[in-house]
Design a protein around this ligand. Sequence first.
Ligand code: FES
Length: 69
Amino acid sequence: MYVCVCNAVSDKAIKQAVQQGYDSFEAIQRELAVGTCCGRCKPCAQDLIRQCLEQKPEPLSAFFTPAFA
Ligand code: FES
């Protein structure tokens, strides 16, 4: 499904960007150009990014402390 019709940015592309490490609307906007034309998609894109960030699993390193810190 297209989130941003002006720039043909899909929900899948946004989810993939979050998985690749883009962690804010601004970062994803720079990468995918979502919301850079009419701007009507911004609330929907921001909601989707927020949901993706909440669902993103913590990296394994968050559960371990270095042995020689
Ligand atoms: S729908 Fe995204 S900028 Fe117009």
